[in-house]
Write a protein that binds this ligand. Structure first.
Ligand SMILES: Nc1ncnc2c1ncn2[C@@H]1O[C@H](COP(=O)(O)OP(=O)(O)O)[C@@H](O)[C@H]1O
Ligand SMILES: [Mg+2]
Length: 225
């Protein structure tokens, strides 16, 4: 379902070229739940940006259902990102002037499928039925991340990317938010790619990859992470 083939990416800062991803390949099947671990600065967020079409690699392919998203126009990409891909960020990234309900409705509105009832139902399932008209600043971190999960799931995408989704939450709140996310994803057998420092969480996924020196290697539980 997602095939990354020989992707390389470098950044140049002050005339200094740094290779972040180096001929990286990975193949993720439909419905698979995958964790990506690795040291800070190793390129995890860069990889996720490239896999989700937010950034382009210098070289290589990113096939989503056999279509190379690297070659797509911004217009095609917008459509795919709206319809097939859901992304959850560490810092929630909600629209500050939009209520919880409006934030979750946004992807529906963009797809010209505005549906207040559907968004309300999803927010109810996420335990936010009493917070529909709240602005993000009036919500706790855990509540904001649940709104962000709603926004990522509302268009029923095939694949969800999550970049350290509990990184800004205390452990207890983070665990609760994860439980809710995994429950929603399990119900519809979605593909999940989650970046995490939490080994317990990584061990709940079908496969674990470590990003080191610009490449992914699969690790398994026996490796005593
Ligand atoms: N737009 C950018 N311009 C220059 N350097 C960048 C840019 N984005 C990321 N980097 C650098 O690339 C490296 C990997 O970053 P990132 O993918 O955010 O790592 P991780 O998510 O694993 O912590 C870091 O050294 C970071 O400073
Ligand atoms: Mg990161």
């Amino acid at each position: 379902m997602i095939k990354v083939e020989n992707v390389s990416k470098s950044f140049t800062l002050n005339n200094n070229k740094i290779d972040i991803l180096n001929n990286l390949s990975v193949n993720i099947k439909e419905g698979e739940k995958v964790a990506i671990i690795g040291p800070s600065g190793s390129g995890k967020s860069t990889l996720l940006s490239i896999m989700s079409g937010m950034d382009k690699p210098d070289r290589g392919k990113v096939l989503l259902d056999n279509n190379d998203i690297v070659l797509m126009s911004e217009q095609q990409l917008c459509k795919i990102r709206n319809k097939d891909i859901g992304i959850i960020f560490q810092a929630f990234e909600l629209i500050p002037s939009f209520t919880a309900l409006e934030n979750v409705m946004l992807p529906l509105d963009i797809a010209d499928k505005s549906d207040e009832k559907k968004a309300t139902e999803l927010l109810n399932r996420l335990g936010l039925g009493a917070r529909l008209d709240h602005l993000p600043r009036a919500l706790s971190g855990g509540e904001q991340q649940r709104v962000a999960i709603g926004r990522a799931l509302i268009n029923q995408p095939k694949v969800i990317f999550a970049d350290e989704p509990t990184g800004n939450l205390d452990r207890q709140t983070g665990n609760k938010v994860l439980e809710i996310l995994l429950e929603q994803i399990k119900q519809e057998n979605k593909t999940l790619i989650i970046i995490t420092h939490d080994i317990n969480l990584a061990n709940k996924m079908d496969r674990i990859f470590a990003l080191n020196d610009g490449k992914l290697t699969e690790v398994n539980e026996q490796n005593n992470l």
